[in-house]
Ligand binder design. Structure first.
Ligand SMILES: N[C@@H](Cc1c[nH]cn1)C(=O)NCC(=O)O
Length: 434
C-alpha cells in the first residue's frame, strides 16, 4: 500500500471531522444574535448547547455499533448529510422550536463523525503509529473551532445569519463529494462490513467490550480530562472571563482562541508519550487532572481578579484536557479486538460528553441559584459555579485509580508494551471482574 494514499485518506477524514467541530462550535459566537433572532433568554440559549451535547453523548454507542457493522465510509457519508441538513435548517429557522430541532440534527451528524475517523486511522496506519495519528486527528480537528470563531463572527456581521450558516452547510456538500472519492474503509476494502448481528449479539458484543477493564479505564479517563475545556469553549468560558475576571470582550475572545491553539499544540507530545509509554497512560491522565484542579484552584482562590499571567496559565493547562482525553480511546483500542474498536470508542466517547454536559448544567444551576432575580451573574456566583468541576474530577480520579489497579493486576508491563491491554476471555463479567 502506498504511504501517500494512507495520508490522503487521513486528510480527508480529518477535514470532515474539522467541519463537524466547526458546526458544533458555530453557535458559540452567535449567542447575542441568537437571543435577538429567536427572542430567547440566556437559559434558552444554553439549552442549544445542552441539547447538542445530550444528542451527541446518547448516540455514541449506537454509532460505534453502526461503524463496526457498516464501515466508516458509509456512516461518515450519512453524518455529513445529517449535519449539513441541520445547519441549513438552522440557517432558515425563525423560531426557537425550529432552531432546537435543527441543533438536534447538527448534534446527531456531529456524533457520527469522530468515531468513523478514528476507525479509519486504525485500519490504515501501522499499530505503532496509531496513538500519534489519533492524537493529531483529535487535535487538528479543533481547527474547526477556530474557523467557527473569528470567521463566523465576521460572516454574521457581514452577510447575516442565514447566509453565514448556509455557507457551512454548503461546505458540507463539498465534503461529501471529496470523501466519496478516495475514502475507503481499509487498504484492502472500499467497504468494510462487520457481520450482521441480532439484538442479542449486539448486547453481548457491548457486554464483552464493557467487561474489559481497559474499556472502563478509558471511559473514566475520557470522563475526567476534557470537560473543563468543552464547558469553557462551548459556553461558560467567555462569560466567566468577562464577568468574573473583568476582562474586555476582546481579551476574553483572544484567550478562548489561545485555548484551541494550545489544545492543538499538545497533540504531538501526548501522542508520542502514549505510544512510547503505554503503561503510564493512566498516570499521564491523572497528572493532567491534577494540573487542571490545581490551576483552577489558584484562579478561584485568588483574592479579586486573577492576574493575566495566571489566566494565561489556566488556558494553557485547560488546553491539555481535550488531547488528554484521547488517552481514553487508546486504552480502549488496545483492550478490544479490531472488530469492536468503533463500538469501544463509542463507549469511551460517552464519558467526556456526559461530564461536559454535567459541567455545563452544574455551572448554570449554581449561577441561577446564587443570582436570584434580574441582573447579571456576579463574580462570586461564578467562583462557586466553576468549583462544581471538583465533584466531577473527584469521581473521575476515584474510578481511574480503581480500574488502573484492576488492569495492572491482570496484565504485565510486557503485554501492554507489546500493544495489548486486553484481558483474555470475554466472559470476564461472569468471572467476577466488575
Ligand atoms: N476530546 C476530543 C478530542 C480532542 C483532542 N484535542 C482536543 N479535543 C474528543 O473526544 N473528541 C470527540 C469529538 O467528537 O470531538
Amino acid at each position: 500500500m502506498s504511504v501517500s494514499r494512507r495520508y490522503v485518506v487521513w486528510t480527508v477524514g480529518l477535514l470532515v471531522y474539522a467541519l463537524a467541530v466547526f458546526h458544533r462550535s458555530s453557535l458559540a459566537v452567535a449567542g447575542l444574535a441568537a437571543t435577538e433572532r429567536f427572542d430567547i433568554s440566556a437559559s434558552q440559549l444554553a439549552s442549544f448547547t445542552v441539547l447538542q451535547l445530550l444528542v451527541y453523548a446518547s448516540m455514541q454507542i449506537p454509532v460505534g455499533l453502526m461503524v463496526d457493522r457498516f464501515g466508516s465510509r458509509t456512516v461518515l457519508t450519512v453524518a455529513v448529510m445529517v449535519v449539513s441538513i441541520g445547519q441549513a435548517a438552522f440557517a432558515f429557522a425563525d423560531s426557537y422550536a425550529l432552531a432546537l430541532g435543527a441543533r438536534v440534527l447538527v448534534g446527531a451528524g456531529d456524533a457520527m463523525t469522530f468515531i468513523c475517523v478514528l476507525r479509519l486511522v486504525t485500519s490504515w496506519f501501522p499499530r505503532g503509529q496509531v496513538p500519534l495519528i489519533s492524537q493529531l486527528t483529535g487535535n487538528l480537528g479543533q481547527i474547526g473551532a477556530l474557523a467557527a470563531a473569528a470567521p463566523m463572527t465576521w460572516a454574521l456581521g457581514q452577510v447575516g445569519w442565514t447566509r453565514a450558516y448556509l455557507a457551512g452547510a454548503v461546505a458540507g456538500l463539498g465534503a461529501l463529494v471529496v470523501l466519496r472519492l478516495p475514502l475507503h474503509d481499509s487498504p484492502e476494502h472500499p467497504h468494510l462490513r462487520g457481520v450482521p448481528m441480532s439484538a442479542r449479539d449486539l448486547v453481548a458484543s457491548l457486554g464483552a467490550s464493557w467487561a474489559q477493564p481497559g474499556t472502563r479505564l478509558g471511559l473514566w479517563v475520557h470522563f475526567s480530562t476534557p470537560f473543563a475545556t468543552t464547558m469553557m469553549s462551548l459556553l461558560w468560558g467567555y462569560p466567566f472571563l468577562v464577568t468574573a475576571e473583568h476582562l474586555s470582550p476582546g481579551a476574553a475572545s483572544a484567550l478562548l482562541s489561545l485555548l484551541v491553539a494550545t489544545s492543538v499544540a499538545y497533540g504531538p507530545l501526548l501522542g508520542w508519550l502514549v505510544g512510547r509509554h503505554p503503561w503510564h497512560r493512566s498516570t499521564t491522565a491523572l497528572v493532567i487532572v491534577a494540573a487542571l484542579a490545581t490551576v483552577w484552584g489558584l484562579v478561584l482562590l485568588w483574592p479579586g481578579d486573577a492576574p493575566m499571567p495566571l489566566l494565561v496559565l489556566l488556558i494553557v493547562v485547560v488546553g491539555a484536557g481535550g488531547p488528554g482525553s484521547m488517552i481514553g480511546f487508546d486504552v480502549a483500542r488496545t483492550s478490544n479486538p479490531d472488530h469492536r474498536t468503533a463500538s469501544a470508542s463509542g463507549i469511551i466517547n460517552v464519558g467526556g460528553f456526559t461530564s461536559a454536559l454535567l459541567a455545563v448544567l452544574a455551572v448554570g444551576a449554581v449561577l441561577d441559584l446564587l443570582t436570584p432575580g434580574e441582573g447579571g451573574y456576579t463574580a462570586e456566583a461564578f467562583r462557586w459555579a466553576m468549583a462544581t468541576q471538583y465533584v466531577l474530577w473527584a469521581l473521575g480520579v476515584i474510578q481511574i485509580v480503581r480500574y488502573r489497579r484492576r488492569i495492572r493486576s491482570l496484565t504485565t508491563r510486557e503485554q501492554v508494551a507489546s500493544g495489548s491491554s486486553m484481558i483474555e476471555g470475554d466472559g470476564l463479567l461472569t468471572r467476577g471482574v466488575r
